[in-house]
Design a protein around this ligand. Structure first.
Ligand SMILES: [Zn+2]
Ligand SMILES: [Zn+2]
Length: 144
């Protein structure tokens, strides 16, 4: 009294003893459809081996690939953050020691503009100045 099961891929109804169930998607496949011999099938059934169908194998391979890509990206982000924070410790006074003349000029230009603003508005833009300088250094670090 064996039941009959429809194969997920070809939709052919066949004896339950001739199908294998995927442990991931839980679909049933006729053993010949997924390239298993009847011996493979009985071995899978006997040993309680978790079977993974071809579809799920592809998906899990893709997921593994994505995982490694994510790991790579995380590493790159960490490295970038580290290199940025190292560059951020450079203060305007020793920026001159660097060959990045563009940064120096741009920072000084901004400082000059900030000083002009200070005269007109009588505000204390020290923090703002510092933030602008840091933003600028970050920007230059990213593109250089
Ligand atoms: Zn089939
Ligand atoms: Zn599956």
């Amino acid at each position: 009294m064996s039941s009959e099961i429809k194969c997920f891929c070809c939709k052919v109804v066949c004896d339950a003893t001739k199908v294998v169930n995927c442990s991931i998607c839980e679909n049933s496949f006729k053993h010949t459809c997924v390239g298993l011999t009847f011996n493979d099938l009985t071995r899978v059934a006997k040993n309680g081996v978790a079977y993974t169908c071809p579809n799920c194998l592809v998906v899990s391979a893709e997921i593994n690939e994505l995982r490694s890509v994510i790991v790579e990206l995380k590493k790159e982000v960490t490295e970038l953050k580290e290199s940025l924070s190292t560059r951020n410790t450079v203060t305007p006074s020793n920026i001159e020691g660097m060959s990045l003349n563009n940064i120096v000029n741009e920072v000084y230009e901004r400082q000059k503009r900030q000083r002009n603003l200070l005269l007109f508005n009588a505000q204390n833009p020290k923090r703002e100045m510092l933030r602008n300088e840091l933003n600028l250094i970050i920007k230059w670090s990213v593109i250089s």
